[in-house]
Design a protein around this ligand. Structure first.
Ligand code: ZN
Length: 159
């Protein structure tokens, strides 16, 4: 029953992507990641409200890839929009733990990201589900390093 529901959620994000755009007004950082195992390609852009607590003001992804990779990136953008950078990194760590079959403390905060929990059973698809979240972690560290507006290309997601 739950697996059917999760399947529907993944399909919904694939067919009706959230925050999917090739550009983002005022973007501070842009990273490109791919997953050669599957051929997934992903661009991620962040606009950061750089106040006393830097916060994700807007996030957009674009790319081409399998339904798991694109739907997971879509669900990720909804889960992290409006969060401060450290909080978003922590949430990415939670998603990564879930993909490795480890306990997750912040299930509710993952929003639709929880629908990808079943993907952990298919090791070959785990990198697909992680692609967007790993790009997010990279975009945040790139922003922190002061490489504003840079384009960073990574051949494989860091697991
Ligand atoms: Zn894939």
């Amino acid at each position: 029953m739950t697996e059917d529901l999760y399947h529907d959620i993944i399909l919904d994000h694939y067919r009706t992507p959230r925050n999917r755009a090739a550009e983002l007004d005022g973007s501070h950082v842009h990273v490109h990641h791919n997953n050669p195992l599957c051929g997934d390609e992903l661009d991620l852009r962040l606009r950061v409200d750089n106040g006393s607590i830097p916060t994700i003001d807007a996030v957009a992804y674009d790319g081409e890839g399998c339904s798991i990779s694109m739907a997971s990136a879509s669900a990720m953008t909804e889960a992290v929009a409006g969060r401060d950078l450290a909080d978003a990194e922590d949430l990415a760590q939670n998603f990564r733990a879930m993909m490795h079959g480890e306990p997750v403390e912040r299930e509710d905060d993952l929003l639709d990201g929880i629908a990808f929990s079943g993907v952990a059973k298919f090791p070959v698809r785990v990198k697909c589900a992680l692609l967007g979240w790993m790009a997010l972690r990279d975009a945040i560290s790139t922003f922190r390093d002061g490489q504003d507006s840079s384009r960073v290309v990574h051949e494989e997601p860091t697991l």
